[in-house]
Design a protein around this ligand. Structure first.
Ligand SMILES: C[S@@+](CC[C@H](N)C(=O)[O-])C[C@H]1O[C@@H](n2cnc3c(N)ncnc32)[C@H](O)[C@@H]1O
Length: 342
């Protein structure tokens, strides 16, 4: 029986964790081999990229960032998409009736052949246009993707909504605003912009480990009246906002002393994942009914899956895990979104 192939992307140093996670949850997984620093081809007996995306979101699996169905491969040293145009054309038409497709292109690992993203995009777009497709950079329901790796170029095709990310290979790019207080802001911005979770745009937020105030700034900009808890200093521009209050104390002390309730609690403290998870359980009395939380679990790089298993077991005593992912802007950490159980 022919095996199905999916291209799975992850952070370069998370390949082994991604592989272990996938083999734990995808019953028909047969083999997963790395093709680039941040990409691997997964062979399954019958699961498609859509099935994988469903498993990733449901279990959840933390490390895969992007998936697509592999429809062709070509040798980037001396050929291009034109050489596999027939198989690409028929694979697209099998899955999809509309002529509109987005073309996404990225590089995974250092390529030794000459690679120019813009030229490669123009060339591939022309091949698709010659076959009658209307090609855009973004915005279509389905994407043709070409991932250039050191040894091969992998062509994928999938519905963007079933690909885990709308960015090529999940490589979300955000520009740095002039008002940015810390690089940590990118993590929260990526979550808010890319993952469409229902956090709302008003109410009250509590930010544990807030200094110097990047997350507090993003929350306040979004419309939350924000209480920033940290023994350290907040950036003066954040501190002077009328919608921000600084409590110069630890999260533990704040939990013991406060009788207030919040719509959203966020936690970006550098703390072991299990301790951080227990602190979220201790925070339940401070959360409104069905309130949500955002936590970065700082796993470091050793025993990552067992730390996550233990932490998720603690969190599930009081919350459902709505989302968990190593975001593009997470390094040695994972972003988890929680909703309080009734
Ligand atoms: C990575 S920084 C947070 C960056 C912040 N999210 C931002 O966007 O600017 C971690 C912060 O956690 C704070 N922290 C560590 N342990 C804490 C505790 N027990 N209670 C409150 N804050 C704590 C540290 O003082 C530090 O400022």
């Amino acid at each position: 029986m022919a095996l199905r192939k999916s291209l799975v992307s992850m952070a370069a140093d998370s390949f082994l964790n991604a592989k272990e996670e996938i083999f734990r949850s995808v019953d028909d997984a047969v083999e997963m081999r790395r093709v680039g620093a941040e990409s691997a081809i997964l062979e399954t007996r019958f699961s498609t990229a859509e099935d994988l995306s469903d498993i990733v979101n449901r279990v959840p699996l933390v490390f895969p960032r992007h998936v697509t169905n592999v429809i062709a491969e070509f040798d980037p040293f001396d050929s291009g998409l034109a050489d596999v145009a027939d198989s690409v054309d028929s694979a697209i038409r099998e899955q999809h009736r509309s002529p509109e497709v987005s073309l996404q292109l990225w590089q995974s690992g250092r390529t030794v052949y000459k690679f120019n993203r813009r030229e490669a995009w123009d060339e591939a777009a022309q091949v698709l246009a010659d076959r009658g497709f209307q090609v855009s950079r973004a915005g279509a329901e389905y994407a043709v993707s070409v991932c250039y790796t050191p040894k091969t170029a992998v062509v994928g095709f999938n519905r963007i909504a079933d690909s885990l990310s709308s960015w090529p290979g999940g490589e979300v790019r955000l520009s740095r605003p002039a008002e940015q207080v810390s690089r940590a802001e990118f993590k929260l911005e990526e979550l808010f912009k890319e993952h469409g979770l229902p956090f709302g745009h008003s109410g009250t937020a509590l930010d544990y480990g807030a200094a110097p105030g990047g997350w507090t700034r993003i929350l306040a900009e979004r419309g939350f009246r924000t209480t920033a808890v940290d023994p350290g200093d907040l950036d003066p521009a954040v501190l002077k906002r009328p919608d921000v209050v600084h409590e110069r104390t630890t999260a533990g002390n704040f939990i013991r002393e406060s009788d207030r309730r919040f719509d959203l609690i966020v936690n970006d403290m550098k703390m072991s994942p299990t301790r951080s998870s227990q602190l979220m359980i201790d925070s339940l009395p401070l959360l409104k009914r069905h309130g949500m939380c955002i936590v970065t679990l700082k796993t470091g790089s050793h025993h990552v899956l067992s730390q996550l298993d233990e932490s998720f077991a603690i969190l599930r005593r009081g919350y459902t895990i709505e989302f968990a992912r190593q975001l593009r802007h997470n390094r040695n950490e994972v972003t988890v979104v929680l909703r309080a159980l009734d």
